[in-house]
Design a protein around this ligand. Sequence first.
Ligand code: NDP
Length: 242
Amino acid sequence: MNPFSLHGKTALVTGANTGIGQAIAVSLSNAGAQVLCAARRDCDETLSMIEGGRHVALDFTDPMAATGLFEAEKIDILINNAGIIRRADSVDFSEADWDDVMDVNLKAVFFTCQAFGKAVMARQGEGAIVNIASLLSFQGGIRVPSYTAAKHGVAGITKILANEWAARRVNVNAIAPGYIATNNTQALRDDPVRNKAILERIPAGRWGEASDIGETAVFLCSPAAKYIHGAILNVDGGWLAR
Ligand code: NDP
């Protein structure tokens, strides 16, 4: 048996129409999983890159949006990737920006995990959750207070659920990406001064590719990672090792 195969598994990937979520959908599909691609907008581009995928319309401005999903069909893998960021100095940060980020990046992550976990346990199956955390699950950052708070929270959710659910055959882990080349980070790469500073700070000397996160997600969802619970895996070119 190939310990990295996901054949026979169905995966839900949130935020699958672009960036890291798209790469995760492609990697999971290449490993043999059927992939449900969730986002507010269509996922046509991602669906054109994989076989047998489907789009699921989900809007986490309602953090409970996904809770009904897991009763309707058997889903074995949950990737909580959808995320937003709002930037402003902490002294000026608005309540609206705080709530928007918390709803999508933290509250939706917890309640989607909860609904998935309940469904897996009800059918006495096995399940794997991978939450997408961040360097800002460990560091402060600047001008992103709600994002930093939410991503620290994602690390916490990952640990408590891993602790509670390891004995129930649900693996809960997270990936903490470093600087990954997506649309989200295009402005940083376009600014020569900031781009140079970032590259000098990354021991590996390059931006991460979204596929670096996709392949790590395959590993964490695969039989090879069955004994891994509550890990927050840094995929950051060595950023946090410095
Ligand atoms: P993108 O901005 O490229 O993609 C974000 C995704 O989230 C989109 O698919 C978007 O789809 C979806 N999304 C946003 N809001 C909602 C919502 N309300 N409901 C449902 N889906 C939503 O981001 P990245 O690919 O760069 O990042 C993906 C994840 O990785 C995020 O959690 C981010 O915090 C994290 N991360 C990224 C890093 C990087 O360097 N790029 C570094 C560390 C962490 P749509 O708008 O159609 O809904």
